[in-house]
Write a protein that binds this ligand. Structure first.
Ligand SMILES: [Zn+2]
Ligand SMILES: [Zn+2]
Length: 101
């Protein structure tokens, strides 16, 4: 089953979790006064006080602290994409270099 989440700026904006980051980048232009969480830019708050309150309970805080020891969950989610893109980019770069030389 797909994960639906609400936009942190406007709960009426609903989307798939995978689309949230993209949506926030677009939507944040409509809410320039919102303050991002220091641990996760996808958490947004109408003012700094709310953001500071949130930090105490931010679920990304634990991930940030245990960063040296990458969480298995985040790793699995990020790996397929970054691996694919990394390889593609590497290949393009190599071709480009050959042509350039
Ligand atoms: Zn939105
Ligand atoms: Zn947060």
């Amino acid at each position: 089953m797909d994960d639906f989440v609400s936009c942190p700026f406007n709960p009426l904006h609903r989307m798939l979790k995978v689309n949230l980051q993209h949506h926030i980048i677009k939507c944040m232009k409509n809410y320039p006064d919102y303050v991002p969480c220091i641990y996760n830019a996808m958490h947004r708050f109408p003012n700094k006080e709310k953001m500071i309150e949130h930090i105490a309970t931010c679920p990304s805080q634990k991930l940030a602290i245990s960063d040296g020891n990458t969480p298995r969950r985040a790793n699995t989610a990020a790996a397929p994409n970054s691996l694919h893109e990394g390889r593609k980019f590497h290949t393009d770069e190599e071709n480009w270099n050959v042509e350039y030389v």
